[in-house]
Design a protein around this ligand. Sequence first.
Ligand code: ADP
Ligand code: MG
Length: 459
Amino acid sequence: MTNDTWGQARESLQTAIGKNNYQTWIEPLTFVSCEDGVAEFGVQTSFQGDWVSRNFGEEMLRQFDKLDAGVDRLRFSVQPKRSAPAKQAQAPEEFARPQAPKPQKKATATEEALLGAPLDKRFTFDRFVVGKPNELAHAAARRVAEGGPVSFNPLFLYGGVGLGKTHLMHAIAWELQQRSPELRVVYLSAEQFMYRFIQALRDRQMMDFKSLFRSVDVLMVDDVQFIAGKDSTQDEFFHTFNALIDQQKQIIISADRAPGEIDGLEERIRSRLQWGLVVDLHPTDYELRLGILQQKVEQYRSQYQELKISDGVLEFLAHRISNNVRVLEGALTRLFALASLVGREITLEMAQESLADILRQSDRKVTMDEIMRKICDYYNVRMSDLLSPKRSRNIARPRQMAMWLAKHLTQRSYPEIGKRFGNRDHTTVIHAVRKIEELKAQDSQVAEDAELLRRMLEA
Ligand code: ADP
Ligand code: MG
């Protein structure tokens, strides 16, 4: 078989197994060689090779037969990828044609989502910029990635969307595979876990499902909040979790909030998740955003072409674009495209113009109204009371919290905030903000309330 034949085979494979399967599993394969009837393909993880071999091996051979490619066997070997950490090629996964091939089942959408997702090759530790808001999470991830016995199990990472949870998990997986290629590292989202579980139930393959999950060395489940309220999935997750912990296998979990804040999560799971180390990724700050922007520009320059950006453009973006790193990246991608089109230095004006919509969206600051409504919900007080002159503690405290939030989440001045809260004087607002700061330092309940409310409003 030649590269050309592989090209043709790929086309018919796409029709045979569906576009999604194709993109997820076949496209990432690299054709290495074909000798003595053995076609060798490079994969990024042994896991990926396993999966392709088991699920699409027959179909691949069928397509090769049609093209008279002279292939009797497939071999999948883990290849060092250019941008992924270099690693030793490991014992290849082989797929030999079964004696009497069973008719190939049509792959379904559920099946396709069955096994862990392939890892994103950009999500390595090298490319993770560390700053104050994520330094703890980063340190914990590094520690787990070193392998060997870890004193915390599971590692539970949480934080808002786009703050780097998935990036860190993939980075751990890459690093572990580089250090110990023999380890079976499985990364998947909680949603994929559920699909696999349902599929196994339907196909009466629960034994396979259980033994597969109990045989991994490191299990990573991303966005675990997804299984909240889904009882049988939670149950299975719980058993898998316990079995692995009993065998002292490392587990890494992520969620968009702390275990205690995930509604609809069984109490026993919640408490198990808190056994290990729970660390959060805080919303990015200006320095971290700037650092990320600078790193991405460097990468772009080293990979593609010279890129001239006027002084102050990155600083401007770091100031104006929100916490979510994904949004920041989107803005940069557009700037890169612009730069390659205009072929000259990107000025601040050009940046502002081409990113107008993103900037407008990021400008969507929390409104006073939203703050007040959230406070009423949270503390169960009436809006009219919040605005009234009443000074009993059960109303004054929520009102102070609302003012504190208004000061931190909006651009409003003290007098403006005072006016909005039943025409109060600006000194009252100043006092309220100070009061909450003081209480936050002394009373962990207040600190938690403030943090939670801020997160909810910013989400
Ligand atoms: P989450 O899973 O928390 O929603 P992701 O890990 O998917 O977020 O991150 C979103 C995007 O931002 C990814 O492209 C990721 O590489 C990037 N990113 C997030 N944090 C950092 C960081 N500290 N340094 C570099 N890139 C980052
Ligand atoms: Mg994620």
